[in-house]
Design a protein around this ligand. Structure first.
Ligand code: NAD
Length: 418
């Protein structure tokens, strides 16, 4: 993490940049820059040694004009009220750019889960689910996984909610295991949309993805799947990193073998297929055709952006560029596919999961991937159409112009109340 840009201020400045191209009143824009409500709660659970410990937790419901609030729950020491608010705003514009009938929300607990046992994490997650219960529901607010949470936590939340409500309502949460009502293709969805978006960008820029060199920062769910799929598309993954550092091989890695190594040892560092070790900053500034930041926000600040050599960036992570970095990259003609489109595969397949839960009818993986492909390609086309129509310098602004217009339309068509 290279600088301390406040993510909520980053979100608001992105909205301001786009508002300049929209015929929407300042009063409506003001509404669209703030969450509708934020739950801030303290969870106290019993540790395995019998002592009690208190944790701060948040859920921000940013905007529900287009449908139920939707967004993940993150477990990380850096979780803060402002981070959760920003992430919930990005979810609002993400569901809008891909045009699925959902709003935006996000939650988090301030914790490093590595320091806790599975039983402690279960108690904590169930305690959070109890606090969330009055706010969530398949027609109200539908949480999902994010950093350091996955199927296990989603299953606990669903089970707690269903027990307290005395119902079966799998659509209260997405990202569940298949046997608990999850969807085929959900685990791969974020990485998949990141590479579909990159492929569309290469196509738009008349660049060849076959043989293109790729660096991936962050080798978790989003990053490693993106590496695997872009390799399958014929690109060469020359560098990857995780929180322990990065590895490099000019001839490319086998992304699956690198992942297996990380599963065994906890990191990609030390992987036998590597010819050199790199720092995370080295990975982000490597001379590659495509850079995929897939770790956390603010990975690239203005100083680091000066050193970025990639031609295209597809943002798997949420908010990996500070606004100042965005400006620098714009000046260097780097084409940035913004997070709200590039990583929207996760929420799109979450939407498919929710649809399947409500219909109690499940699709095969092929159908999930086909429907996802169509949605991401349509969203990219809408971005490009706006990018060209307004002669914009930055694809991110184009994405926000499309998305904000859709949210504002839904709000204005409904009228304000009371
Ligand atoms: P994850 O916990 O599975 O993986 C995160 C990875 O980032 C890990 O490999 C970790 O080692 C690495 N990392 C952490 N700090 C780092 C640093 N300073 N430098 C390099 N690597 C670092 O999380 P994830 O689900 O893959 O999420 C990654 C990003 O993608 C987040 O910004 C998240 O909000 C975003 N995202 C995820 C999904 C999803 O469905 N998983 C959907 C949309 C967006």
């Amino acid at each position: 993490m290279s600088d301390e840009a406040n993510p909520f201020e980053s979100l608001q400045s992105q909205i301001d940049d786009a508002a300049a191209y929209l015929d929407i009143g300042d009063d409506v824009i003001e509404r669209l820059k703030h969450p509708e409500r934020v739950l801030e709660t303290n969870l106290t659970i019993e540790r395995d040694d019998g002592n009690l410990e208190r944790f701060e937790a948040f859920r921000s419901q940013f905007n529900g004009d287009r449908g139920p609030y939707k967004g993940g729950i993150r477990y990380h020491p850096q979780v803060s009220r402002d981070e959760v608010k920003a992430l919930s705003g990005w979810m609002t514009y993400k569901t809008a750019i891909v045009d699925i009938p959902l709003g935006g929300g996000k939650g988090g607990i301030v914790i490093d889960p590595d320091d806790y046992s599975e039983a402690e994490l279960e108690r904590l997650t169930r305690s959070f689910a109890k606090e969330l219960r009055p706010l969530i529901g398949e027609d109200r607010d539908v949480p999902a996984p994010d950093v350091n949470t996955g199927q296990r936590e989603m299953n606990w939340i669903k089970d707690t909610y269903e027990n307290l409500e005395n119902t079966t309502e799998p659509g209260v949460i997405t990202g569940k295991a298949l046997d608990s009502g999850g969807s085929e293709g959900r685990v791969e969805a974020t990485g998949r949309s990141t590479v579909i978006a990159a492929r569309e960008a290469f196509d738009y820029l008349d660049k060849d993805l076959e043989g293109a060199t790729v660096a991936v920062q962050g080798y978790g769910n989003a990053g490693w799947i993106a590496a695997k799929l872009i390799d399958e598309m014929g690109a060469t993954v020359v560098a990857v990193s995780d929180s322990s550092g990065g590895i490099y091989n000019a001839d490319g890695f086998d992304p699956v073998a690198a992942k297996e190594y990380k599963n065994e040892t906890g990191s990609v560092v030390g992987f036998a297929g590597s010819e050199a070790e790199l720092t995370n900053d080295d990975v982000l500034t490597l001379d590659v055709d495509l850079l995929i930041p897939a770790a956390l926000e603010n990975a690239i600040d203005a100083d680091l952006a000066e050193a970025v050599e990639a031609d295209v960036i597809s943002e798997a992570a949420n908010g990996p560029l500070t606004p100042a970095a965005d400006e620098v990259l714009e000046g260097k003609d780097v084409f940035v596919v913004p997070d709200i489109l590039a990583n929207a595969g996760g929420v799109t397949v979450s939407y498919f999961e929710w649809v399947q839960n409500r219909q109690r009818f499940y699709w095969d993986e092929e159908r999930v991937n086909e429907e996802l492909e169509a949605i991401i390609v349509d969203a990219f086309d809408a971005l490009v159409e706006t990018y060209e129509r307004h002669d914009l310098e930055n694809p991110r602004t184009a994405a926000y112009v499309v998305a904000i217009q859709r949210v504002a339309d839904a709000f204005e068509e409904a009228g304000s109340w009371p």
